[in-house]
Design a protein around this ligand. Structure first.
Ligand code: CMP
Length: 131
């Protein structure tokens, strides 16, 4: 997901361009907005964490781009490509180092496992929306 902060700041196009140039195939792409309810469902795995309410509120404040990406070793490579969750700790040249402002407004989300990538892809896309 390209998060509401990056969309609002006009960075979505630059981020997508970097993703494609880094060799990820875009299998599905959608511009949409999460409600508090759907953001809560998407991040249900974090429901016991202290930052959950702020996360849900932030993620439902504006539109996002959701995507399914494909590449060899995509999970690990994409997490390196986007940088640490906290942009202050993200390596230079990563998406979060270049576009994120804070741990909440951190520009982009990447799935942390193949299993979660399947769950998160199914959250946004039907089989008719994947190419
Ligand atoms: P994301 O990769 O989308 O997964 C969960 C999000 O929770 C994370 O990025 C951050 O934007 C947000 N978050 C806020 N505080 C924390 C924290 N202390 N640890 C991890 N994630 C956090």
């Amino acid at each position: 997901m390209i998060k509401p902060d990056a969309v609002a700041n006009g960075h979505a196009g630059a981020i997508l361009d970097r993703i494609i140039k880094a060799g990820y195939k875009v299998v599905a792409l959608k511009y949409t907005k999460l409600s508090a309810e759907t953001a809560g469902q998407f991040y249900a795995v974090h429901s016991e964490r202290p930052f959950y309410n702020d996360l849900v509120s932030f993620m439902s404040q504006g539109p996002i781009y959701a995507a399914i990406l494909e590449k060899d070793n995509a999970i690990e490579d994409f997490r390196k490509f986007i940088g640490a969750t906290d942009p202050a700790k993200a390596d230079a040249g990563t998406i979060r180092a270049d576009f994120a402002k804070s741990i909440d407004a951190n520009a982009i989300h990447g799935s942390d496992s193949d299993e979660n990538a399947a769950i998160e892809g199914n959250f946004f896309f039907s089989n008719f929306e994947r190419f």
